[in-house]
Structure formats: C-alpha cells, structure tokens
Design a protein around this ligand. Structure first.
Ligand SMILES: [Zn+2]
Ligand SMILES: [Zn+2]
Ligand SMILES: [Zn+2]
Length: 351
C-alpha cells in the first residue's frame, strides 16, 4: 500500500482530495473566510432594477471589502476575486495514506469579470455589441491565464440568480484557472479523443451535423452557431451552444464568430426568460481545450447552460434521491423541451 506524504497544512492550503469510490477529485478551499453574500437582495425587486447600487461591490466607483476601489469602467471590468477559492502560491505537497486518504495541493487564479457597469442588466437585456465586448474579454483572459506555466485549465462560468447561488445580481462571471485539469474537462477530453480515434472525425462536429439534419432539438441558430437541448440533457431545459466550425477554444473564434456567439447568448437567454416570464436562473460555462501546451486537435469549444427551473419561475428540479445515488432522471424529453423553448420569442422579453 502506498504511504507517501509531502507535508502541507490541510487547514490552510487549497488542495484537492480524491474520492476513491467515484474516482473523482473534490476541491477544498479551507483558507476562504466568510465571503460577502448579496444574493438575497435579488428577491427585493427594487434593488436589482436599479442601474447603480451603492452597496454593490461590482458597481463602478464603489469600494470593495478589501479597500480596492472599482474604476468608473465603461463596458467590462476584470479583477482578482477578493475571496478566491484558489491561490497562485503557497505550499506544495501531497498525501497518500493506504490509497484511501489521497490529496494534493492545488494552485490557481480566480477572477471576476463584470459584463457591464449597469447593475440591473442580464445577458438577455444587453445589446449584441455589448456582449461582444464580454466575448473578447473571455478570449483575452483565456489567452492570458492559459499562457502561464502554472495554469493548465481556464474555467469561465456564470451563476445567474440567487437560486443558483449567485452572491450578487450585478451581471458578471467568474474565471477559475487551475494547475490541474478538473474532472468534467478531463472526461470530455478523453471522450473526444476516443471518438476521434474510433471514428476519424470530431465528436461535436458530427453532432452539429446530426442536430442540423434532425432539427427537433434545435432551439436557436445562426450562420455560425447552434443551440440545442442535447439528446442526453439532464436538467429540464439544459442547452448546449456549439460553433458549426471546429474551434478548439474561444480564442480561435473569428470576429464574425464572436458576433455570432454574442447573438446566440442573447437569443438563448431571451428564450429562457420568456419561457416562465422571469429572469431565468442558470449556470453557464464554457468548455475548451486545456492550456498545458498540448495540441488537443479533438477539442471542440462549446458552452453549457444548466438551468434549474422545471415548471414555473419558482418550481425547480431537484437533483436528489435517485439522482444523487444512482443516475439523473427526467420526465419531459429533450425534444419537448426544445419545442417549448422554440415557442417563445427570442428577439425581446415578452413580459
Ligand atoms: Zn452592481
Ligand atoms: Zn469539431
Ligand atoms: Zn462540455
């Protein structure tokens, strides 16, 4: 049995622990003290409808809890997370007690990106040109963080709405970049690589072609992108946003494709808002090739929307019981979900 240890302080140093039953890693951030919670203000309608909130740590000109003052920014604004789950430096170590207690230190950089200085906006309410500035910033962050030797994966994600644990309604996303490649990305890398060696083509290029033929799961489309409820969707109204052309990461998108992605994000989130006539909560995230210097020709860049709502603005799907213990389960089919999303406008909020 293995017994290896390079000492580190598991009460202070960010690390990841291995689950030997599921063979997956869990990120542990013990250094993180009580962080500010502004999610509750979203239930107070007035607060999230104002253009500027003097108590918001992301609004222009405001002072954050660290004492840093936000600039009077005009479109996007990026800053290092004041309460990061990961730190770039610190101790390096690992433990392995009998192949049961397995852990290693993790390092990384966590940033916050404000989409707009206007506190009340959502992606669905922003102009396509304004979203384009966000897309360009995502690409620039991917390049900047990904070019560091100590960063091998850049995870960009947005939690929208208090139901998804967003700590502030101000339009923003987070960028967590890490030394290791996270579970889901590792699995998607292996799946795409295996498909490529077995079939010769790209898994998601082939999937785009198939969905384009079958049409039944398409929700929104333009010349360069396709949003579908994937055949294997877990969440009731889960969608996958796919470029039609094979691009390995967001930085490989052309100027035209970046405009097209902005259009897709606006129209997809507008359909979501109109479905239950509410500012639709979701987690949105991009998956793309790791930044460890390898080529990853199999990687096809894409975005996932994971929204929790099931039947109305307040009735959500819970992943409990059988889902936690065995496998996900759904009642409504992916085809019906796509049909329902297609039935509402994608051009404007109709409520
Ligand atoms: Zn704000
Ligand atoms: Zn492809
Ligand atoms: Zn993915």
């Amino acid at each position: 049995m293995a017994n290896a240890a390079i000492e580190f302080d598991a009460d202070k140093q960010p690390h990841r622990r291995f689950n030997p039953l599921l063979r997956e890693w869990i990120l542990v951030s013990p250094h993180r003290t009580q962080r500010p919670w502004q999610g509750q203000v979203e239930s107070i309608t007035a607060k999230s409808e104002v253009e500027y909130d003097p108590t918001c740590y992301m609004c222009p000109g405001n002072t954050r809890s660290t004492g840093n003052v936000n600039p009077h920014y005009a479109n996007v604004f990026v800053f290092d997370n004041d309460f990061p789950a990961l730190l770039p430096g610190g101790q390096r170590g690992r433990v392995n007690k009998d192949d049961l207690l397995v852990a290693e230190t993790e390092t990384g950089i966590c940033r916050v990106l404000c989409f707009s200085p206007r506190h009340h906006l959502t992606l669905s309410m922003m102009e396509i040109a304004e979203i384009r500035a966000v897309v360009d910033c995502w690409a620039a962050q991917y390049i900047e963080l990904g070019s560091r030797r100590d960063i091998n994966y850049v995870q960009i994600f947005e939690n929208r709405g208090a139901m998804m644990g967003a700590s502030n309604p101000h339009p923003h996303c987070q960028i967590w970049s890490t030394a290791s490649v996270p579970n889901t990305v590792k699995t998607e890398t292996e799946s795409q690589a295996e498909y490529r060696s077995a079939n010769g083509g790209c898994l998601l290029c082939d999937y785009v072609a198939l969905e384009n033929r079958e049409r039944v799961r398409v929700v929104v489309e333009n010349d360069d992108f396709l949003t579908v409820v994937p055949y294997w969707a877990t969440w009731p109204f889960e969608t996958l946003v796919l470029p039609r052309r094979h691009a390995r990461d967001i930085a490989e998108l052309s100027a035209r494709e970046r405009d097209a992605l902005s259009d897709m994000l606006k129209r997809t989130t507008t359909r979501y808002d109109n479905l239950f006539r509410t500012s639709f909560p979701y987690s949105l995230g991009f998956h793309q090739r790791p930044t460890d210097g390898k080529e990853y020709p199999e990687w096809h860049f894409h975005a996932h929307f994971f929204p929790p709502l099931l039947r109305s603005a307040t009735v959500r799907k819970f992943m409990v019981g059988y889902e936690l213990l065995a496998m996900p389960q759904r009642d409504i089919t992916a085809e019906t979900s796509a049909e329902r999303l297609r039935a509402v406008p994608d051009s404007h909020r109709a409520f």
